[in-house]
Design a protein around this ligand. Structure first.
Ligand SMILES: [Zn+2]
Length: 61
């Protein structure tokens, strides 16, 4: 099952939905997105727990 995270759920004014096969991969993608699009280093900003809290699982058909 895939994992997804809505950037909006992190309090960003952003409609990006990020999806990956594993939570680990998703966190990497979100970190990259946050850095390139929002200029935020999620590790430095202490946002990892916040990220993990808004990850949800997508059930695929
Ligand atoms: Zn975003």
């Amino acid at each position: 099952m895939a994992k997804e995270l809505r950037c909006r759920d992190l309090g960003m004014n952003c409609s990006q939905v990020i999806r990956a096969e594993t939570e680990e991969e998703l966190l990497e993608r979100v970190a990259e997105h946050a850095l390139t699009v929002h200029g935020i280093d999620v590790v430095q900003a202490g946002m990892l727990e916040q990220l993990q809290a808004v990850i949800y699982t997508v059930e695929r058909p």
